[in-house]
Design a binder for this molecule. Structure first.
Ligand SMILES: [Fe+2]
Ligand SMILES: [Fe+2]
Length: 287
């Protein structure tokens, strides 16, 4: 298609982000797809409220100076003898683990903000009412994730770390992209897929009961977001031409590489290493 969209199913039909007039077409109102109805109405079953102590209480305390939030094996750089020995010698290991955990939580927070704006941007391009209602619903759920992770970071560290440049660029690209496939692959399939893995690990290994609770609540929502991406893939991927498949594969590989780099690159954490008296170049070499 001339506009760059790869539309194989009418329910993913899309218009340009600034084309509101198309939303007023009368035929549109009677042609709502039902494919997303189940995941739309399920939102009531997994409702929770980050501002209500009935669900989660952000006042629960934790000793951030002395109690490590995660076990050593969850922190990649602690596998490097230079890093581990230096931190153990200077008695900073727990504090270091908690700083690295702040890096993870900050990436999650920025990712949640990206997911909020991305799903809002889907409302502007998707033409089908059912798909639009789903996207509006996801926007609302991502908004409570932003609230919840911001509250957790505030309670434990006071302030988040800045978004790494690679993650930032990926989020900007998918939010600004007019093409539905770029948005859905980038966010619902890759970012959300990776986030589900991170939340599951966080739920399993984080020692802070408040963090565990937070991951559990967020995961009940995220499973549905990934499902939306899967419905798109099931209806699109088998029908693509070879050219379209190459385009989709290249885009998926690009997004995956960005996310992998955000996770693994010691360059982005140079300031943290310096704060603990570690030489970032040496950490990178050993890694
Ligand atoms: Fe989320
Ligand atoms: Fe999500």
């Amino acid at each position: 298609m001339a506009d760059g969209n790869i539309t194989k199913d009418i329910m993913y039909d899309a218009v340009a982000p600034d084309d509101f007039e198309s939303m007023l077409e009368l035929d549109r109102y009677n042609a709502r797809s039902t494919a997303f109805d189940k995941i739309i109405s399920a939102t009531h079953d997994h409702f929770w409220d980050p501002l209500d102590k009935k669900y989660i209480d952000f006042d629960e305390p934790w000793d951030m100076e002395n109690e490590a939030l995660q076990p050593d094996h969850q922190i990649m750089s602690l596998g490097i003898p230079y890093v581990r020995e230096h931190l153990e010698k200077t008695g900073q290991k727990a504090k270091f683990i908690n700083e690295m955990t702040l890096w993870n939580f900050s990436s999650i927070l920025h990712g949640e903000q990206g997911a909020l704006n991305l799903s809002a941007s889907l409302c502007h391009v998707l033409k089908d009412q059912g798909a639009q209602e789903y996207a509006a619903n996801q926007t609302r759920e991502e908004a409570r994730h932003v609230t919840a992770f911001a509250k957790y970071i505030k309670a434990r560290w006071g302030r988040p770390r800045p978004c790494g440049s690679v993650l930032k660029q990926l989020l900007v690209d998918i939010i600004e992209a007019p093409e539905v496939f770029k948005k859905i692959i980038g966010m619902q399939m890759l970012v959300e897929g990776l986030a589900m893995g991170a939340f599951a690990a966080g739920y399993q290994y984080n020692r802070d009961p408040l963090a565990k609770k937070l991951f559990q609540l967020v995961m009940t929502d995220e499973a549905f977001h990934h499902k939306f991406g899967k419905i798109w893939a099931d209806r699109t991927i088998p029908k693509m031409t070879e050219d379209e498949r190459n385009t989709v594969e290249d885009w998926a590989a690009h997004c995956f590489q960005s996310l992998l780099f955000n996770l693994g690159s010691p360059n982005q954490m140079a300031d943290v290493y310096r704060e603990f008296g570690l030489d970032p170049d040496k950490v990178r070499e050993e890694m």
